[in-house]
Design a protein around this ligand. Structure first.
Ligand code: ZN
Length: 130
C-alpha cells in the first residue's frame, strides 16, 4: 500500500482526525492525543504522542478501495473505510445498481387514510341513478 505523507499539520489530515473525534471513533489515549493535536497543533506533540497518533489514530484507518485498489485522500478515507470503495467506484456502482435493485417487493405507499374515512362516512351505498 502506498504510504501517505505524514505531515501531522496537514489540514486534510487534521480534518480527517477531527471527523474521528467528532464521531467518537477514538478511545482512551488515542482520543486524548487526537484532541491535543487538533487544539494545540502538531508541533506541541511529544515524540511518544506522535507514535501513538500514528499507531492508534492514523494507521487503523488507512485503507484502499476494494474495487480499484487506490489509496484515497484523507477527505475520502472515512468513506472508503466505511464502504470499502472510493467515491469514484462507489458512484459508478451506485449508478448501475440502484435502478437495478429498485425493489418490486417494496410496497406501494398506502392510500391516504382520509379517503377510507370519507368512503366509510358516506351513507351506505346510496342508489346511483344511471
Ligand atoms: Zn475505487
Amino acid at each position: 500500500m502506498a504510504r501517505l505523507a505524514r505531515d501531522h499539520g496537514d489540514p486534510a489530515l487534521l480534518a480527517f482526525i477531527g471527523q474521528l473525534v467528532e464521531d467518537n471513533s477514538l478511545e482512551g489515549e488515542a482520543a486524548v492525543v487526537a484532541r491535543k493535536l487538533l487544539e494545540k497543533g502538531a508541533t506541541k506533540l511529544t515524540a511518544d504522542e506522535r507514535v501513538l497518533l500514528e499507531q492508534e489514530v492514523i494507521e487503523p484507518y488507512i485503507t484502499a478501495c476494494e474495487a480499484c485498489d487506490s489509496t484515497p485522500s484523507w477527505a475520502e478515507m472515512l468513506h472508503v473505510y466505511d464502504t470499502g470503495l472510493c467515491a469514484k467506484c462507489f458512484n459508478k456502482l451506485e449508478g448501475v445498481e440502484v435502478p437495478a435493485v429498485r425493489p418490486d417487493w417494496m410496497p406501494l405507499p398506502a392510500p391516504p387514510e382520509e379517503d377510507d374515512d370519507t368512503i366509510a362516512g358516506l351513507p351506505a351505498l346510496a342508489p346511483v341513478d344511471a
